[in-house]
Design a protein around this ligand. Structure first.
Ligand SMILES: O=C(O)[C@H](O)[C@@H](O)[C@H](O)[C@H](O)COP(=O)(O)O
Length: 327
């Protein structure tokens, strides 16, 4: 994939970066800690954990991984989106430190949507200074096939709110080739990924043979879609391709490229972020008690082969689950 145009754009912007803001501490978040095993789906455990526990969330999750690698899905509920964003920054920074130490690189995949706003604390102190940004490699789980300076571009969204504020090397930012139509852009992105797997920048899952990203930071639509994988769409069944394309996206714009489920499910870590009451129905469908015979939503098809799935929800998004649990 060509990242030269994005690299040039980034270089010019990075030259104008302001000095990092002074270090400041975030107030502690107060939440209750509750463990709620669910029997409806024995492969899932609902854990509503305190923000105090968030300090060691990644480490605790790893410890659990060694016990039940395929059977974990944690739901962290926060009093507010503000608290969620603080915890998400801490979680991401901890994983960044771990992978940077262990393998000298951190491969991070982001979605578009409100997720990007929820990453805002990561580009503030203390993380703006302490994270090893030089080791980050940034990818998009899906992208709209529009020019990079188009208001619909996920690259632009992330660049404006996040990437322009931290010193990630421009050559480590893998935007799509926006001069190609959807099919070509998907092929191009897949070719680029294959190259990065060869060089070891992105790891390969021994279990699946698909790329294994260190962290995917994903939003979810109110219909339960993730990436550009929408309910009922044939792309949900893709088993071979790493990257594919869609030309009939129900969420505009219509033309997009997207990671496929085999890649998503090969991740080492996924943070699924759901904020606002519009997501409450889906969160309830995933974590509630009711048996349902209906087809799985895309977000319910996230089942990591050998990794850790952590849901970050604010109270509004978890409201229907919380009602059930008498929280
Ligand atoms: O390009 C996109 O459209 C996104 O990648 C998409 O998958 C998004 O993450 C969800 O639609 C959630 O978006 P919201 O958080 O804004 O609802």
């Amino acid at each position: 994939m060509s990242s030269s145009s994005s690299s040039a754009l980034l270089s010019s912007h990075l030259r104008h970066l302001q000095p990092p803001p002074p270090l400041r501490l975030f107030p502690a978040i107060s939440l209750s800690r509750i463990l709620l095993p669910r029997t409806r789906n024995p492969t899932r455990t609902l854990r509503i954990r305190s923000s105090a526990a968030m300090a060691a969330a990644a480490a605790a999750a790893n410890a659990a991984t060694s016990v039940k690698k395929k059977e974990k899905s944690s739901l962290l509920v926060f009093d507010s989106e503000e608290d969620l964003s603080v915890a998400l920054a801490k979680y991401t920074a901890e994983l960044s430190g771990r992978f940077a130490d262990e393998r000298g690189a951190f491969s991070v995949v982001v979605s578009g949507g409100s997720l990007i706003k929820s990453l805002r604390k990561l580009v503030e102190g203390p993380y703006a200074e302490s994270v090893e940004w030089g080791k980050w490699h940034v990818f998009w789980v899906d992208e709209r096939v529009v020019p990079k300076d188009h208001p619909d571009s996920n690259y632009k969204l992330a660049y404006d709110a996040f990437l322009s504020k931290v010193p990630i090397p421009p050559g480590h930012v893998y935007a799509i080739n926006d001069s190609l139509p959807a099919e070509g852009a998907a092929d191009d992105y897949e070719t680029c990924l294959k190259q990065l797997v060869k060089t070891g920048t992105v790891q390969l899952s021994a279990a699946t043979g698909f790329p294994k990203f260190d962290l995917m930071l994903l939003g979810m639509g109110p219909d339960g879609h993730i990436a550009s994988l929408f309910p009922g769409h044939p792309l949900l069944q893709e088993k071979e391709r790493w990257i594919t394309f869609i030309k009939d996206s129900p969420k505009p714009p219509s033309d997009r490229i997207t990671f496929t489920f085999p890649v998503i499910n090969s991740s080492a870590n996924i943070a699924l972020v759901a904020t606002g009451a519009g997501k409450a129905g889906v969160v309830h469908q995933v974590f509630g008690d009711e048996h349902t015979t209906s087809e799985l939503l895309p977000v319910q098809m996230v089942a990591l082969e050998d990794g850790e799935l952590t849901w970050f929800a604010d109270k509004a998004a978890a409201s229907k689950v919380q009602d059930k649990a008498n929280l």
